[in-house]
Design a protein around this ligand. Structure first.
Ligand SMILES: Nc1ncnc2c1ncn2[C@@H]1O[C@H](COP(=O)(O)OP(=O)(O)OP(=O)(O)O)[C@@H](O)[C@H]1O
Ligand SMILES: [Mg+2]
Length: 579
């Protein structure tokens, strides 16, 4: 039989608290970037899996792909590799790899289940002793509550010291549903119907109690994020904090009625975090600096798009094509539908038909260049399904990416920054040799556009995105981002500089220019914040609005999949009113 593995690693700070906080049903481990939260929790998971045979642990992130890329990589490379010293970890049995594995099976019967919230059928269908949710700022409150309900496997309970007496009485029956009913009960009157041996165990002393736990890790985000509101407040008085040797703990916060006990993780807790790493974090600005360097829940002051919320505007979905692909046509012209998985806003159907596709692009060399593909449905909503966010790539490289996306999505147009006409001509030359001859596929965004009483383009473009994001409008928001949409990702230069690597990372820190004494406030973004993805997003909103001014939510005249749609009559019928 395989010997249990001794997990050698020194734990510090928040992670050492885990051992003392085992009876807390829900923990939120929060802290700035690179404090050792995720790897520490995985190390703790490893210890639990070996110590308590037969338990089931869920390791979860918002999407399976992001989980495999980040958390499973940390588990295999940073937690297991140092202990195994070149050997395979016994839980990595079989031929499956990190990319296709759905569980890790320990020789002692413990199981780690890999879960993403896009597959609730799989993730919620089982019950778990321990639920570990990583990067919890991405997780919506509803999903979190469903996870708490799945946290009830009741195998860990049999190891709980407070259940030992009971365990002797019901040895062998632990997994019976009958037993599960009784051990969570602590009031004597609720036990009246229980079998005699269970009653006897109760009478002998300790109350029965469940032992199960949900642990979330997160970087702090905007001040009003639901996690920050649901966790015990940081100003909870000393009396409500956990005391150790009579002293208030400096990092654990508990409050009656709070959904989470809050545990703070700090840079001093990670021996692998160097002064160099901290210097990079010091270069961040605005809310990113507050969240990722200082560890504060803070929203940026004067956000351009304050209603942006990843739990509302980011969706998990898959693109489906209808019919067989024509092998003679380099452009994939099949009709598309987007099928959403996991939770989504009540306004969104499970599946939407796509009316047309376009791309938006912000050129950049020292700053990031950003290319986004947007799909529009028949209800005036657009979805970002692909994004490339890279610095220091040459225009030929961008042209090649654009060509690939053009063939893949049959892009109707690409809207780019009109300040760089040469780049636009170059891209058009390349694309007109393909597909739709003579058509100007790449075009500059029309900066003469004004809407309402706006006198310049910049507030107009900001307004248009703000309108599309607004959650309270009839029909809900109209602009969405798909998870797992990044390609050619991550940009090594942005990673090194710790600047945003996607539009969704830029938006929370996209702020207006600070107020200048004696000057009226200008509706212009602060040049200091990274905004390349935000610009591409704004061009998309402007272009979409000019093509399809919002107002009439009518039934499509041309149904997707029909002959007329295959002949692309929808494009001919499109409203092209300019306002
Ligand atoms: N106690 C420790 N001993 C050795 N290495 C550690 C320790 N804690 C953290 N590290 C290393 O530091 C690096 C960052 O840790 P980790 O990814 O857990 O941080 P994090 O707080 O989750 O960061 P983020 O907020 O960016 O997700 C990892 O390579 C990890 O192996
Ligand atoms: Mg982490």
């Amino acid at each position: 039989m395989t010997q249990p593995i001794k997990v050698k690693r020194h734990a510090y700070g928040a992670i050492t608290e885990l051992a003392r906080l085992q009876r807390e049903p829900r923990l939120l481990i929060e802290g700035p970037a690179n404090t050792g939260k995720s790897s520490g929790i995985l190390w703790w998971m490893e210890t639990m899996a070996w110590n308590y045979p037969g338990i089931r642990i869920l390791v979860l992130r918002q999407t399976m792909k992001s989980l495999r890329e980040s958390i499973l990589a940390t588990l295999e490379d940073k937690v297991w590799a140092p202990i195994m010293q070149g050997r395979r970890h016994p839980a990595q049995h079989g031929t499956a790899t990190r990319w296709n594995r759905s569980t890790y099976q320990y020789p002692n019967g413990s199981t780690i289940v890999i879960g993403g919230l896009e597959d609730p059928g799989w993730t919620y269908s089982m019950e778990y002793d321990i639920v570990l949710g990583f990067e919890a700022w991405e997780i919506a409150r509803d999903s979190a509550e469903r996870l708490f309900r799945a946290n009830r496997n009741h195998v860990l309970c049999r190891y709980a010291p407070w259940n030992q007496k009971l365990a002797q009485h019901v040895e062998g029956q632990w997994l019976e549903p009958e037993w599960g009913r009784w051990h969570g009960v602590s009031k004597p009157e609720d036990l009246e119907d229980a079998p005699a041996e269970i009653q006897a165990a109760r009478i002998n002393g300790e109350p029965f109690g469940c032992w199960q736990q949900t642990i979330f890790d997160t970087n702090p985000g905007p001040k009003f994020h639901w996690l920050n509101q649901a966790a015990a407040p940081l100003d909870a008085g000393d009396a409500t904090r956990i005391k150790e040797k009579g002293e208030p703990s400096r990092r654990v916060f508990r409050a009656p009625g709070a959904m989470f006990t809050r545990v703070l993780s700090r840079h001093g807790d990670n021996p692998a975090c160097t002064p160099d790493d901290l210097a990079k974090l010091d270069m961040m600005t605005g809310s990113r600096y507050a969240n990722l360097r200082l560890g504060l829940w803070e929203s940026a002051e004067g956000q351009c798009w304050p209603s942006w919320d990843p739990t509302v505007h980011m969706l998990i979905g898959e693109l489906e094509r209808i019919g067989e692909r024509d092998p003679g046509n380099p452009i994939d012209e099949r009709a598309m539908t987007l099928r959403f998985r996991g939770e989504r806003g009540k306004h969104l159907p499970e599946k939407v038909d796509i009316k047309w596709a376009f791309a938006s692009m912000d050129f950049g060399h020292r700053n990031a260049g950003v290319l986004q593909v947007w799909l529009a449905d028949y209800d005036d909503r657009i979805y970002r399904v692909v994004e490339i966010h890279r610095r220091q790539m040459l225009s030929d490289w961008w042209a090649a990416r654009l060509e690939e996306l053009f063939l893949e999505f049959n892009l109707y147009a690409v809207v780019a920054d009109s300040a760089d006409p040469e780049a636009i001509i170059k891209l058009n030359d390349l694309l007109t040799s393909r597909g739709r001859k003579g058509e100007r596929i790449v075009r500059g965004v029309d900066k003469s556009l004004r809407r309402g009483n706006r006198t310049t383009f910049v507030p107009t473009k900001l307004d248009l995105v703000r309108d599309m994001l607004e959650p309270s409008q009839p029909g809900g928001p109209r602009m969405f981002w798909l998870h797992d949409a990044m390609r050619e990702w991550p940009c090594p230069i942005s990673t090194e500089k710790m600047t945003p690597r996607s539009s969704q990372e830029e938006i929370p820190g996209y702020v207006f220019k600070p107020h200048e004494e004696g000057q009226p406030d200008k509706e212009e973004p602060d040049k200091a914040c990274p905004q390349d993805g935000c610009d591409a997003t704004a061009y998309a909103a402007v272009f979409f609005w000019m093509m399809d001014p919002v107002g009439a939510r009518t039934e499509p005249a041309i149904k997707p999949g029909s002959a007329a749609s295959r002949l692309r009559h929808d494009l001919v019928n499109r409203k092209t009113t300019r306002l």
